[in-house]
Design a protein around this ligand. Structure first.
Ligand code: MG
Length: 376
């Protein structure tokens, strides 16, 4: 398929940190995608929480199924806009590789533990996984991905961490957080697809868990419009099938909205090539009205799901597990000695180890270590 002139062209990639001979049959971004799929961190995503803890039920999203949904939405939109599907897919599949066990609770807890030692940011950790922590190749640490994939993985970054990255890699993936530039359209798209995916699947999982009801969701205009439309076409529909049908319609409308709005924004900005993209504002976006609808859905999820007492109760337990593990490793309890590579603090090594854990490994390890001991 012919790519748009503003799409990322693998032939003009800024390349890899360790130069490699091109693959005979695959483009650089296909190769990145394949390396991500074969990584250890990718397989761990199956046992990492999105919102609901992994042991709570078999049908909730995990980081793996979430990442697959992001890749699906991203590719679908990329194809319509003639952007590079392989790059979007690579970024989508890698975007959560640095997530801790237990979702956001785990991340907050680890950040708290690391407060005096440089903190913890999951986007930066995803980059750390693909740049350093994967141990698969003879010639280098990490997966040695191309610049454009790494740039997309580093979705957000604090100024302090960006300055540190910039020191290690001048003009590299962190430069835009210091000089205000934008990443490729593919990176922008993977970012928005992430948001579209979790807003929809958290509604689905929320209702599945019984913490949200379809009636309650009628207060959310974006969902309610599609619920009504579904009931108009299928008046007898109830329960899960009604929910799925409404969500499916909601997703489609958001996808079409992004395609139209982005096309318009690219045209209005007079973007001709991928260098123009980096100088323009955010181009992959919803229309103004959809942006507002999406914000309202997000607000609803915060108020009613993410801050639901049942979710808060499990997340506070998760926080305790992370803090407990960190303390145990730091004190070097018997048989848990962790060694740090040269130039890495012991706290960072512990943080890397904990961040790499699956929910169930972290739980088992906590139970093993704390037998007869209390942290609080
Ligand atoms: Mg995500």
């Amino acid at each position: 398929m012919q790519l748009a002139p503003y799409a990322s062209d693998p032939a003009s990639s800024r390349g890899r940190r360790h130069p490699e001979v091109p693959a005979p049959t695959r483009t650089e971004y296909q190769r990145d995608r394949d390396r991500i799929v074969h990584s250890t961190a990718f397989r761990r995503l199956v046992y990492k929480t999105q919102v609901f803890l992994n042991h709570e039920g078999d049908l909730y999203r995990t980081r793996l199924t979430h990442s697959l949904e992001v890749a699906q939405l991203g590719r679908s939109i990329a194809r319509s806009l003639a952007l590079n599907e392989d790059l979007v897919e690579a970024i989508a599949l890698a975007h959560d590789l640095g997530h801790t066990p237990f979702g956001h609770a785990g991340q907050d807890a680890l950040h708290e533990c690391m407060r005096e030692h440089g903190g913890f940011e999951h986007n930066l950790q995803s980059l750390r996984v693909v740049d350093r922590l994967e141990e698969r190749y003879a010639d280098f640490d990490g997966l040695n991905l191309s610049f454009e994939t790494r740039e997309g993985i580093l979705k957000h970054c604090s100024k302090t961490n960006a300055a540190e990255l910039e020191r290690q890699e001048p003009g590299g993936v962190a430069a835009r957080f210091l000089d205000g530039g934008q990443p490729s359209l593919e990176a922008q798209l993977a970012n928005l697809a992430d948001e579209i995916a979790y807003n929809a699947h958290d509604v689905d999982d929320g209702v599945r868990s019984g913490l949200l009801s379809i009636e309650q969701l009628e207060a959310v205009p974006l969902f309610d419009a599609h619920l009504r439309e579904t009931l108009g076409a299928h008046p007898a529909l109830r329960g899960r099938r009604l929910l799925f049908e409404a969500l499916r319609r909601m997703l489609s409308v958001q996808v079409y909205d992004v395609i139209d709005a982005t096309r318009r924004q690219i045209q209005q900005a007079g973007v001709r090539d991928s260098a123009d993209v980096r100088r323009s504002g955010v181009l992959v976006n919803f229309s103004e009205s959809m942006r507002q609808d999406s914000r309202e859905l997000k607000r609803f999820l915060f108020a009613n799901l993410y801050r639901h007492p049942d979710v808060v109760a499990t997340t506070s337990r998760a926080r305790q597990v992370i803090a407990g593990l960190f303390a145990a490793y730091r004190e070097g309890w018997p048989d848990v000695a962790i060694t740090a590579a040269p130039g890495i603090s012991i706290e960072r090594a512990i943080s890397d180890y904990i961040a790499g854990m699956t929910d169930r490994f972290a739980t088992r390890e906590f139970e093993r270590l704390t037998e007869g001991r209390a942290f609080d």
